[in-house]
Ligand binder design. Structure first.
Ligand code: PNS
Length: 161
């Protein structure tokens, strides 16, 4: 059976932690779909199209990666698109409780066996999150090395600095 994995998240913006996980997962499966989910609870910094473009730019050298966006339940997207793996990154124990809750709720909603796989974030990036990146950047802190170059350029362009 071919291994089709979904790595979904807000990616607002894509960080080097996300990118590391994307590359590692793409090496483990036949096809990786990176799914950008619009979260109506969170006010987004980047539009879905901007986020999609940034991820596409960073992954165009990998031929088994596709970038999509969707709204609604992750489990519905998984059920309707034939995924057998869902991937999430774990930075530290702080992520564990939320992630296990989400994985177990999703497991109830899948209509066939789908494995949630957790990859430990590269320790170089284990302290970063998209929210922290946005906060530090908005207060004029240095975030170089924590997000891909093109993401940083995009952020500078949008904030005109
Ligand atoms: O990168 P994030 O924001 O931590 O990702 C969280 C995300 C988007 C994967 C999660 O909020 C999600 O799956 N949202 C879709 C709606 C859904 O299925 N909610 C029920 C989860 S049990």
């Amino acid at each position: 059976m071919s291994k089709k994995a979904l790595y979904a998240g807000s990616f607002d913006p894509l960080t080097n932690g996300h990118l590391d996980l994307i590359y590692r997962t793409a090496n483990l499966c036949d096809k990786l779909v990176v799914g950008i989910i619009e979260n109506p609870q969170k006010k987004a910094y980047f539009t879905i199209d901007q986020r999609k473009k940034m991820i596409e730019d960073e992954t165009k050298n990998m031929d088994n990666i596709e970038i999509v966006s969707f709204a609604g339940l992750l489990a519905d997207y998984v059920n309707n698109n034939g995924f057998n793996i869902v991937v999430r990154g774990l930075r530290a124990t702080m992520d564990f409780e939320y992630e296990i809750q989400m994985a177990q709720m999703n497991a109830r909603l899948y209509n066939k066996n789908v494995e949630t796989i957790f990859l430990m974030t590269n320790p170089k990036y284990s302290f970063i999150s998209s929210s922290m990146i946005k906060e530090v950047f908005s207060l004029k802190g240095d975030i170089s090395g924590l997000v891909p170059e093109n993401v940083l350029e995009y952020m500078k362009k949008i904030s005109r600095r």
